[in-house]
Design a protein around this ligand. Structure first.
Ligand code: ZN
Ligand code: FE
Length: 256
């Protein structure tokens, strides 16, 4: 089976929209629905016909165009059964630990709560790609709005365990700010220093820093590195648990 085709584009002020397309069947899914017009522009540019919306979480910048797109294209809206009442227009309910078959491409459904309770990640193992919404960002992670720090850490542990070559799409272009923060807690990390300048270069040319890979995040994203001796030393938390170090890093980011 041919791999999913993937098209990413900008929405709202700093969101990314993503279309995924199965060439054999013509099925096309929007990962979340941040904004109608850019999604329709992307459909026109690709020539793809919208058939599905795969929702990661209920926030308006991820579901705001659900109903308009459903009405106009008859798109089937897929979301977490456990959060169904907050997902506008939901048709198909999926569950943590279950799967969703998108035109023969099987997504594993992973509960990655923390940013919201009921946030899910769609992991297409055969296509080597995960759509992580606002859980894991390039060099960052989502703010913990609804869940607990422990919940978010457990969600990140699931993403950490994916194959390193997994390509990770996320909902926002926050990377330059994330890089500045990352250097404040992991200033000696040579991979991070190199990456921060690469990010500045990409952004100065208007290029996206999303997607990333699990391997790159393991090397440079402080939220996946609370076990790192350099970070622990910098925070003076040599004997704390990984969950405690993660929570401290997340709190520092909230006020950075
Ligand atoms: Zn969100
Ligand atoms: Fe968001």
């Amino acid at each position: 089976m041919a791999k999913l085709e993937i098209h990413q584009f900008e929405c709202l002020s700093d969101n990314y929209g993503v279309l995924i397309h199965d060439s054999a069947s013509g099925a096309t899914a929007s990962i979340d629905a941040p904004e109608q017009t850019p999604i329709e522009t992307a459909l026109a540019e690709t020539g793809w016909q919208l058939s599905h919306i795969l929702v990661t979480h209920h926030h308006f910048d991820h579901t705001g165009a659900n109903l308009a797109l459903k009405q106009k294209y008859g798109a089937t809206i897929v979301g977490n059964a456990a959060d169904a009442e907050r997902i506008p227009g939901i048709d198909v309910h999926v569950d943590d630990g279950g799967t969703y078959d998108f035109a023969g491409h099987v997504a594993q459904i992973m509960d990655t709560s923390g940013h919201t309770v009921g946030h899910i990640t769609y992991y297409f193992a055969d296509d080597n790609v995960a759509f992580a919404g606002d859980t894991l960002f390039t060099l960052g992670c989502g703010r913990v709005f609804e869940g607990t720090m422990d919940q978010m850490w457990n969600s990140l542990l699931k993403l950490k365990a994916l194959p390193p070559e997994t390509v990770v799409y996320s909902g926002h272009e926050y990377t330059q700010g994330n890089a500045k923060f990352a250097l404040s807690v992991d200033p000696q990390n040579q991979d991070l220093l190199a990456r921060a300048s690469e990010v500045d270069d990409l952004r100065s040319r208007g290029q996206a820093t999303v997607p990333t890979t699990i391997a790159r995040e393991l090397a440079t994203n402080p939220f996946l590195r609370p076990d790192n001796a350099g970070i622990r030393g910098h925070l003076g938390m040599q004997s704390a648990s990984d969950a405690e170090v993660f929570a401290e890093i997340r709190r520092r980011k909230d006020s950075f």
